[in-house]
Design a protein. Sequence first.
Length: 174
Amino acid sequence: MKGEGKPIPNLDDEVRGILAEFMVGVIKFEELVEVGRKLFTRFQQSLDILRRPSIYESSELIKSIIKANETKRGNAYVEAGCINACDITNNVSHLNTSLGGLQDCLNRAKVIYSMVKQDYKMQENIVSSLNLTSTSAELESYHLMWMLRPFINDDVMHQALEQEEEALRWWRSG
């Protein structure tokens, strides 16, 4: 058959390119993990603030400070458990935003994981079917499938990257 037995030109470059593309996918996945970690940390901090105990009033020092600075507003603050309503509102807002961000991040990670897993399985099937009797047509078909990466949706990957950058900007602003 024509063309059989000839080495594939630039095979090393092609393999490096495929490995580089795979590593980009892994890096994007790792970046999503980092965004998720930051969102989780913010969620935890906001929840801890909401759960903060009120002033320990059985201490004589605290009682004397409260009594010395007694005002109507101060008494209302102590009766409310020394929690500012504005702080509660902000923290609940942060909790909701962080929780939504975590859910979005998890959904993106699931989609990317599924795509990478399917792509890997396809590549594994291609490699396991290769042998010395593989025809040129089979090899061309395998090569085409490998290069097209039908299970990787570039739009989803780009969207995930954009959403990740947006989440990082939000995290830095808060």
